[in-house]
Design a protein around this ligand. Structure first.
Ligand SMILES: [Ca+2]
Length: 157
């Protein structure tokens, strides 16, 4: 397995097999860290509090791949839309050009715009742990537009 030389978020560190899902075994390990109030390895000394344990349990119960990054939210939205409409022409394996488009005066909320040809995907999120993402997908040529929310647990709503 590839190990990245950076500080991991707790879900990333708990997800020992890197499949972006929390298995029963991984959940049990998280509970052990929580009971012992023990630092989770590779997280820069973070420990699991009640809120994080609850969040991990949600990842575990739902079983969907969790979303931690804006590009993860973008890809979940693409998968969802392709599932609904396989002929939409949305590129799944594309290189997207990211651009931070957060207005200067806005504090506590970030927006990133990804562009690929005539497709634009904007992902906005509050700057909090495990944010839900507001995603808007548009195509300037076809007029296609979709807005939805991708939760931290990967659910589209
Ligand atoms: Ca896993």
């Amino acid at each position: 397995m590839i190990k990245f030389n950076r500080i991991l978020s707790i879900p990333e560190a708990i997800d020992a097999d890197w499949d972006r899902r929390i298995s029963e075994e991984e959940m049990l390990q998280a509970v052990r860290y929580w009971i012992n109030d023990q630092e989770v390895p590779d997280t820069g000394g973070q420990t699991i509090n009640d809120l994080i344990l609850h969040q991990l349990a949600e990842f575990w119960v739902i079983g969907q791949p969790y979303v931690l990054t804006p590009y993860g939210a973008r890809d979940r939205a693409i998968d969802f839309l392709l599932g609904q409409n396989p002929d939409s022409g949305l590129p799944r394996e594309a290189i997207w050009d990211p651009q931070r488009v957060t207005p200067e005066e806005l504090v506590g909320y970030e927006t990133i715009r990804y562009t690929q040809g005539s497709w634009q995907i904007e992902v906005g999120y509050p700057v909090v742990p495990f944010p839900d993402y507001d995603v808007t997908v548009t195509n300037s040529q076809t007029g296609f537009t979709w807005s939805g929310k991708v939760t931290a647990t990967g659910i589209i709503s």
